[in-house]
Design a protein around this ligand. Structure first.
Ligand code: GDP
Length: 441
């Protein structure tokens, strides 16, 4: 999402860095450009003004300008102020006695139903026993959608059709949770196209009978500043404990995510980063600030790796690498693990310095190559994968035909694989315990 903003800010800082010593007017010019970039990203103008004023107060001083690395000092200040703007991370509060009720509210189409399932999946993975509740009684399709999603992630869904008031359904669900020892109750409430009185009354009733631990507003990041108004509107009637921004994978300019906390005082708790149920990230201001400033996001990358690669897998792979026993099966396994971590462009973007480089590469082409490689290895027999030296010309022809590629493609892959093997043998024992741990989630 923040690509365009990120590009512009990096250009500003590159220009600063090329100057060496900075004058007050250099800093002022840079700040004007930062201001423009933020406004273009649709950040609330009041927020921009205060943000820039704070940076100016810190940056235009002898301490920064006479330092050895003034440009870096300015970037550091912007980074810190961005984090400040985004607010402290506030995790879900599930500290009271179970069942904890999480009430999701929001306008229709914001991604509420999808988010209910995403949260359920996340909570289940962390050892909770979630119950999903279809409390949107106006759209039979929403109830059905939740039931389908619930099945996908193996989380039960409580629904009572469209004739029972939402508050009654919610109350029954909490009772059911007590009886059956579900630890969290996730309420998918009705959304409208815009905020209306009837909707608000219904939410107030649901809140009264369920006393939620969390009332989370799901907002669509693509709606820009409108998201901020929606948040204010809801917050006046049902006191929100958090916000969830969805569709941040889209091409929204990102301003809403940057201003909503500051304007409403309600913390962002999660980001929805795609249509798949695993596409959910806890909101972490420092990481987001680093990503926006092109400083990479190694921590998120490591977490993704930890979620997808178990400690045993990593250890086994390391052993094979050291012993030079790495075969095509292992190669395929590695490819699949990388693929599980997300689109290549995303992964590269999280590595400091590589984000910008990744933009110059054709990611579609790279993804296609990965698929091709996978297809070629999949067309090999078990024997061939374990003992690549038996891959003679006729076997290569068969593999090319089977995988819908050419013999050249197959040859190239085998050559790359041999080079890699050689390199690994040369590196020998580089085992320094890159101890990857299995994610706790
Ligand atoms: P609701 O009306 O608020 O319950 O919204 P839905 O959960 O039905 O979502 C509306 C549409 O947005 C669906 O097509 C979802 O697949 C899509 N969607 C939800 N969250 C995300 C997200 O984080 N990224 C993207 N790209 N699409 C999303």
């Amino acid at each position: 999402m923040f690509e365009s903003l990120s590009d512009k800010l990096q250009a500003v800082f590159d220009k600063l860095a090329s100057k060496g010593k900075l004058s007050e007017s250099d800093v002022n010019t840079a700040l004007r450009e930062v201001r423009l970039a933020l406004l273009e990203a649709d950040v609330n103008f009041k927020v921009v003004k205060e943000f820039i004023d704070r940076i100016r107060a810190r940056a235009v001083g002898a301490e920064v300008m006479n330092s050895l690395t003034p440009a870096q000092q300015v970037v550091k200040i912007v980074h810190e102020e961005l984090i400040e703007l985004l607010g402290k991370p506030v995790p879900l509060d599930l500290s009271g006695p179970p069942p904890h009720v999480i009430m999701l509210v929001g306008l229709q189409g914001a991604g509420k139903t999808t988010m209910a399932a995403k949260l359920a999946l996340r909570l289940r993975k962390s050892g909770q026993r979630p119950l999903l509740v279809a409390a949107d009684i106006y759209r039979p399709a929403a109830i059905q959608q939740l039931e389908i999603l619930g099945k996908q992630i193996d989380v039960p869904v409580h629904s009572e059709g469209t004739d029972v008031p939402a508050a009654t359904i919610a109350k029954n669900a909490v009772r059911l949770a007590r009886e059956k020892a579900y630890t969290t109750v996730i309420l998918d409430t009705a959304g409208r196209l815009q905020i209306d009185e009837q909707m608000m009354q219904e939410l107030e009733q649901v809140r009264m009978v369920t006393r939620p631990a969390e009332i989370l507003l799901v907002v669509d990041a693509m709606t820009g500043q409108e998201a901020v108004h929606v948040a204010e509107g809801f917050n006046q009637r049902v006191p929100l404990t958090g916000l969830i921004m969805t569709k941040i994978d889209g091409d929204a300019r990102g301003g809403a995510a940057l201003s909503v906390r500051y304007v409403t005082g309600v913390p962002i708790k999660f980001l929805g980063t795609g249509e798949k149920l695993a596409d959910l990230e806890p909101f972490q201001p420092d990481r987001l600030a680093s990503r926006i400033l092109g400083m990479g996001d190694v921590l998120t990358l490591i977490e993704r790796a930890q979620e997808n690669i178990t400690e045993e897998d990593a250890a086994a792979m390391e052993r094979k690498l050291q012993e030079g026993n790495f075969d095509f099966d292992d190669f395929l396994e590695q490819l699949r693990q990388i693929k599980k971590m997300g689109p290549l462009g995303d992964i590269l973007g999280m590595i400091p310095g590589l984000g910008r480089m990744a933009k110059g590469l054709d990611m579609n082409e790279a993804e296609k190559n990965l698929k091709k490689t996978e297809a070629i290895i999949s067309s090999m027999t078990v024997q061939e994968r374990r003992h690549p030296h038996i891959l003679n010309a006729s076997r290569r022809r068969r593999i090319a035909a089977g995988s819908g590629t050419t013999v050249q493609d197959v040859n190239m892959l085998i050559k790359q694989f041999r080079d890699m093997q050689k390199m690994m043998k040369q590196m020998g024992l580089l085992g320094n315990g890159k101890g990857k741990k299995k994610g706790k989630r």
